[in-house]
Design a protein. Structure first.
Length: 137
């Protein structure tokens, strides 16, 4: 039952993310609420990457700029829910850049390819003709 509960929680967070991208915030909040309820019923902890995606006070799914504000203060990342006002303070390491610290834990393969994180050679790298084009030759 625990394995099924973990799968259901992962599915509900995936649905919440999809609905938030489509602009339906109330349905995304409902999916988070259901995922938390499943976790409580079967005594299953949410994974750390899931706990960064919602407010513990009002169970709203966090979308940067819409339902959450993130500030970096004194070696901590402070996330403030714009619906209930609750703050979550998490320390971050100074050695890493703020961009990598704030990036989501999982990225889809399409996003990795766009950013150039897929590990392959980008369109401007490794090709001598493109180097010459950039230099104006």
């Amino acid at each position: 039952m625990v394995r099924v509960a973990r799968e259901r929680i992962a599915d509900l967070f995936a649905l919440a993310e999809r609905e938030a991208r489509n602009g339906n915030g109330t349905l995304a909040d409902r999916y988070v609420q259901l995922a938390r309820r499943v976790g409580m019923r079967y005594n299953v902890r949410l994974l750390p990457e899931f706990s960064e995606l919602y407010c513990r006070g009002c169970s709203s799914f966090w979308v940067e700029g819409t339902s959450v504000r993130t500030r970096l203060r004194s070696g901590r990342r402070v996330r403030t829910c714009l619906r209930c006002g609750r703050e979550r303070r998490v320390p971050y390491r100074r050695g890493r850049s703020a961009v990598t610290e704030l990036a989501p834990m999982r990225r889809p393969a399409s996003a990795q390819a766009e950013v150039g994180l897929a590990g392959g050679v980008g369109p401007d790298e490794g090709d001598e003709s493109s180097k010459h084009d950039r230099e104006g030759r």
